[in-house]
Design a protein around this ligand. Sequence first.
Ligand SMILES: [Zn+2]
Length: 341
Amino acid sequence: MRRTARTTSAALALTGALVLGGATTAGAVGEGPDYGGNEVVTTSILSTYDEVVDFLRTQDAKQDAMELEVIGQTVKGRDIHLVKYVSDPDNPTIFYLAQQHGNEQLTTEAMLHFIKSLGSGKSARILDDVNILMIPMYNADGAMGDVNFSLDDYIAKGERHLTRYNADGVDLNRDHVARLEPETQALHTNVLQAYDIDYMIDLHHQGTQSRVDGDLVSGSILYPTTPDADPAVVEGSKRLGSIVYENVDSTGWGHIGRYVGGTANTIARNGIAAEYGISTLLFEMRGMSDHEYAPYVLGQKSNGYLIRQSVVTLTSTAQAIADGSIETADTSFWDTLPEQG
Ligand SMILES: [Zn+2]
């Protein structure tokens, strides 16, 4: 795929709180404004790496149930942070991964909201019955545009660009077999092999122009399609997808299609399911934060509903695992879920 571009700093967490609190974006959904050359795409509203780390440290100090672990470093030496809520090793465990592609940042912003919500109130109660692991900003070098290749053609304005690739120009989501990059090695050694994980959602952003039934989609989902995954594992992925579909599509602003993806084990959705028996789900939110290819980039007016969609995804799946309802989730919708076009 193509390279992405730059990003910048900051006030994501605040933006998210406002978004979540209001009825912001009801009309913006699938038809949310895209770049089209007419709207400024700025990265300055996005949290920087330093801001994400500051946020995580602050929450770690406030939240007894939360633990923060550094699982390794990026090519450029940035610490990769794993957020852990493990109340009982016997609980089922879900792992949420954001920003394998550094230019796909609204999922990270949503994760920060989710982490904050787990620190108080009703959300905190689910932690008795589910263990949650999260990496909010996996490809931190790409997210900060701190890479060893040119980003001159990238579209976004702001203090930084964001790029799909890591600093070496490698697509980390094609490195899950060879594991040549330090980010991939850290993930496999210190997360996937270190914890007993049942479910995983790999959070991404796709282009802006995909449609289902004539309408632009707000996102798309897919389970492992590698022939190497155990059918029972794939069934778990389909149940996970069912929870996402039910909760996002019913919002009135969510419109979900089936992602069209490959079968290679180099891709996390496939390789992690095959190697570790983890029921993985890919969720692609609409629109990237930066790119050199205009149709992939979404203007910031759509940020509200996209962050909210990611928060719904995180919250509803953790809840369904905690209360056991995921065990009986109806997967029949997959039989008729249209592929996006
Ligand atoms: Zn991606």
